[in-house]
Write a protein that binds this ligand. Structure first.
Ligand code: SF4
Ligand code: SF4
Ligand code: FES
Length: 319
């Protein structure tokens, strides 16, 4: 047993104007989880402490919260691994959500984005046309195994810096789930699904990899890259995001370097005169500060090696 202090975020939207913190002292085995400690504090010290949980086994996805500033599943986080020097642990609600009561948050934006995906199989034919289940080859199934582990805990969503600055962004879990259906050979709505997730600002993802801290190892950051690639393959390239990706890829293949002039014009759109006029003041300011990149770039030494990498990976470069 160890003397442990739970440093808790306390707030009830029904009565409190601002949140406050409570320090709750308990004697508890360090080998337990943060969720066990919260359960004990609620049962033995203060029954009003509020948090979501169900399975206690990292399966239901309910108990995601901020533990010493890092979002994760409380039932999967050993106390020992997070105790601070003074044997305390700070517990807060997930960021990127409005708090409702203590660690419980309003999950609606997360679920709304998930529902928009129509997260169910929409096959080419009817169930009645099949004598038995629709078979999927092991190779095709392999692509879906990781994302099938998603428990919709929203940890990744809470960690995403793009969601925090632009809440209209779908977020990593929704894009990973879009990937789950886009790559399912039984589903008939591949193009519609890619279009829908693109409309939900797929291309805002900055590839910061913060969402790689997924308690179920779904790796949504990889699924996002796959969905972006699929959107280019499906020809959905008439938007700043895909244009940017294609022109960056093209200039690096050409010279081994980023041609920033090309990237700006290519991203805005070569024939988007309104957009080009809009960025002219920026160009002028850069020119006045002597920051205009060179117009022409000579290919770097051993450019052939870079092009070989492209050819090997079959990266599309038609901007
Ligand atoms: S991808 Fe991982 S972190 Fe995100 S909701 Fe699913 S299980 Fe949770
Ligand atoms: S990789 Fe993209 S989705 Fe994941 S946290 Fe970063 S910006 Fe958000
Ligand atoms: S209680 Fe179910 S995931 Fe933690």
């Amino acid at each position: 047993m160890a003397k442990i202090t739970l440093d808790l975020f306390r707030y009830d939207e029904a009565v409190d104007e601002v949140p406050h913190r409570d320090r709750v002292d308990i004697e508890f085995p360090e080998t337990s989880t943060v969720l066990d400690a919260l359960e004990y504090a609620k049962a033995e010290v203060d029954g009003s402490i509020t948090f979501r949980r169900s399975c206690r086994s990292a399966i239901c996805g309910s108990c995601s919260m901020n533990i010493n500033g890092v979002t994760g599943l409380a039932c999967k986080t050993p106390l020992k691994s997070v105790l601070r020097k003074d044997n305390s642990v700070a517990v807060d609600p997930m960021p990127n959500f409005e708090p409702m009561k203590d660690m419980v948050v309003h999950m609606d934006p997360f679920w709304d984005k998930y529902s928009r995906l129509k997260p169910y199989l929409q096959p080419f034919d009817r169930d009645e046309d099949h004598e038995r289940e629709r078979r999927v080859s092991p190779e095709d199934m392999k692509k879906l195994v990781a994302v099938a582990n998603c428990v919709m805990c929203a940890t990744c969503y809470a960690l995403c810096p793009v969601v925090s600055v632009d809440p209209s962004f779908a977020g990593p879990a929704a894009i990973a789930y879009a990937y789950r259906f886009i790559e399912d050979v039984r589903d008939s709505k591949r193009k519609e699904r890619i279009g829908q997730i693109s409309d939900d600002y797929l291309w805002l993802c900055a590839h910061c990899y913060a969402c790689s801290y997924c308690p179920k190892h779904v790796e949504p950051q990889d699924d996002i890259i796959a969905v972006k690639r699929a959107s280019i393959q499906e020809g959905l390239t008439d938007a700043p995001g895909p244009r940017h990706a294609l022109v960056v890829s093209k200039t690096i293949k050409q010279s081994g370097m980023l041609n920033e002039n090309e990237v700006i014009v290519g991203t805005v759109g070569r024939f988007n005169f309104k957009g080009l006029v809009k960025i002219m003041p920026l160009g002028l300011r850069m020119a006045m500060k002597g920051k205009v990149p060179p117009l022409f770039l000579h290919p770097v030494d051993r450019i052939d090696e870079i092009r070989t990498i492209y050819d090997t990976l079959e990266v599309p470069v038609s901007a």
